[in-house]
Design a binder for this molecule. Structure first.
Ligand SMILES: Cc1cc2nc3c(=O)[nH]c(=O)nc-3n(C[C@H](O)[C@H](O)[C@H](O)COP(=O)(O)OP(=O)(O)OC[C@H]3O[C@@H](n4cnc5c(N)ncnc54)[C@H](O)[C@@H]3O)c2cc1C
Ligand code: SF4
Length: 522
């Protein structure tokens, strides 16, 4: 394999070219650092490699086997992790929300979960920066949280019929709604065209209207001198006798290579990051790297993401347009019986996901065989709302290593997940609100589909090295030149889509590294 920095020690090696890895690669290479990015998956060209085909594009997800466990085992694969340059941003839906002030102090406010070591104000300038950099479209006035707009680009227009029905139902019930903030262009930006509403966002967006680090940050990083190597699976973080990281080992086409670096950053997402740290155990760190606290792989989280489908007596056509075009956060911070809260999105869906979803529905009508066929014939008449519900962190929800190994000889990850009592109450609350909105819009709720979305946690940040893995900049407490920067450092899951926060944290980490490196402090 041809390598720009073969045999050399670079300034920074980044594991994973996803949401966080892409931002870090751009920021650090533009600051003049010599950066190598190693990405386990392929490098795709949107115009050649993305197909308007729901089934074929499942390959954008991480399909390698993981073992799942717990009372509510998670479904792994396309529905949670990306694999390839751009990571999860290649197949994400583009909903681009900020966390609220209340997300950073769950314990102080509500006596549940944990407090983050930072507050909203620490991230605000980075949210501003990321949103401007990718021209997020959104409303002039955003009613919830600490940021009230305007967004850099105007909100999307027109909105789908599914979103219009959501709006109608909300208005009838006195619930506020907005056109969703999206990392999808509403007008031309840089060399990219605005969205043409083809609705294949989770299949990769062939026209490049949807942001991804594949098309935005990685090309800029390369222009600034970074080397990005696809199809390179990192299997080990290498350590020196002095207790500092010396680089990583990675496998390309069955051959192992080493990349030496002064600084190692792991941005491999919430399952693969703990897996890599645990698999890098050595005599000095027998329980895995950065795991003196025992918290690597613990307090792993997802969002509850149940869907409600209602049948209308006219066409809705859920395949039309960007899937999410209308949102409410009126239930973001509940009080009373249920702690924390949720966001609701009008959420379009393509036929395959519709069929897969309703076949798992927990209504009183099992949807198989002729019933599934019947429902599919009426696909055009269904509307859908999806929740993004906060799931509280629990030390019993974990990523661990199992005995079974993958083709590189690396132990597979075992992901254990069970909902807590509050998580279940919150789902019930949201399902009842979703049914109410659809009914108010004139629909008949028929299917409730249990689902989850977005992985977070497993290497949480904190000020106390005994109960967290990294500080608020992603620097591991145990190894000063080893950083973790991705969704795994979240302390709580929040009640909104997480990628804006992943990228804002990465931008903040990049600033920290630039400052400390210039003073030779890393
Ligand atoms: C269908 C779907 C829709 C979504 N929609 C939204 C949305 O609308 N809004 C939102 O905010 N979020 C959304 N998300 C979540 C979003 O994708 C993630 O929050 C985000 O991508 C996480 O960023 P990350 O940097 O932590 O990891 P990723 O973006 O997943 O990047 C990790 C990268 O590391 C690579 N990697 C892993 N292990 C190794 C290794 N050992 N060696 C080398 N490389 C490795 C992976 O291949 C991957 O490319 C969605 C997710 C899915 C699945
Ligand atoms: S709807 Fe817009 S963002 Fe989604 S795939 Fe089509 S052009 Fe891209």
């Amino acid at each position: 394999m041809k390598r720009k920095y073969e045999g050399e020690t670079v300034d920074v090696v980044i594991v994973g070219a996803g949401a966080a890895g892409g931002v870090l690669a751009k920021e650090l290479s533009e600051a003049g650092m010599r950066v190598v990015v190693l990405e386990a998956g392929p490098w795709r060209d949107p115009q050649h490699d993305f197909a308007s085909d729901e089934l074929a594009m499942q390959q954008l997800g991480w399909q390698d086997t993981r073992i799942v466990d717990g009372a509510d085992p998670l479904q792994m694969g396309h529905n949670n992790c990306g694999k390839g340059v751009g990571g999860g941003t290649v197949h994400f839906t583009g909903v681009f929300l900020r966390f609220h002030e209340t997300d950073f102090n769950a314990k102080s406010l509500d006596g549940v979960g944990e407090d983050w070591p930072i507050g909203y104000a620490d991230l605000a300038p980075y949210y501003d920066k990321v949103e401007k950099e990718i021209a997020v479209s959104g409303p002039k006035h955003y009613p919830w949280g600490s940021f009230h707009g305007p967004y850099p680009y105007p909100e999307r227009d027109p909105i789908s019929l599914n979103a219009q029905l959501f709006a109608k139902g909300c208005e009838k019930l006195g619930i506020r709604w907005v056109v969703s903030p999206l990392a999808i262009l509403s007008a031309p930006f840089e060399d990219r065209p605005p969205c043409i509403n083809r609705g294949f966002c989770t299949q990769g967006c062939m026209p490049n209207a949807k942001f991804s680090t594949l098309i935005v940050h990685i090309p800029k990083a390369i222009q600034a001198g970074a080397e990005v190597l696809p199809d390179c699976m990192v299997t080990q973080v290498n350590m020196g006798k002095d207790g500092r990281a010396t680089g990583v080992t990675f496998v390309h086409n069955g051959t192992a290579y080493e990349q030496r670096a002064k600084l190692v950053i792991i941005s491999a997402y919430a399952v693969e990051t703990p897996r890599l740290l645990l698999n890098s155990a050595n005599a000095q760190f027998p329980n895995g790297l950065a795991n003196r606290s025992g918290w690597v792989g613990k307090a792993f989280m997802t969002h509850s993401s149940n869907d409600v489908y209602a049948r209308f007596d006219h066409d809705v056509r859920l395949y039309k347009g960007t899937p999410v075009l209308a949102t409410t956060q009126d239930f973001y911070h509940l009080s009373g019986e249920v702690a924390r809260g949720y966001t609701l999105h009008a959420h379009g869906v393509r036929p395959l996901s519709f069929a897969k979803g309703i076949s798992k529905s927990d209504g009183n009508r099992p949807v198989w065989g002729s019933k599934l066929h019947e429902a599919m014939l009426d696909y055009n008449a269904y509307a859908r709302i999806t929740m993004v519900g906060e799931v509280l962190p629990s030390p019993d929800n974990t990523v661990t290593l199992c005995d079974e190994k993958d083709l590189n000889g690396m132990p597979r990850a075992k992901v254990t997940f069970s909902y807590g009592d509050n998580d279940k109450l919150l789902i019930d609350h949201a399902v009842s609100t979703m049914k109410g909105i659809l009914q108010a819009a004139g629909g008949k709720p028929e299917f409730v589909v249990p689902d989850t979305a977005h992985l977070m946690g497993g290497c949480r940040m904190g000020s106390d090295p005994d109960s967290s893995v990294v500080n608020s900049y992603g620097q591991t407490h145990d190894i000063p030149n080893l950083f973790v920067c991705d969704a795994s450092i979240f302390v709580t899951s929040g009640a909104g889509n997480p990628t804006n926060t992943v990228m804002a944290l990465a931008s903040r980490t990049a600033d920290y590294i630039k400052k400390r490196a210039s003073r030779m402090e890393l």
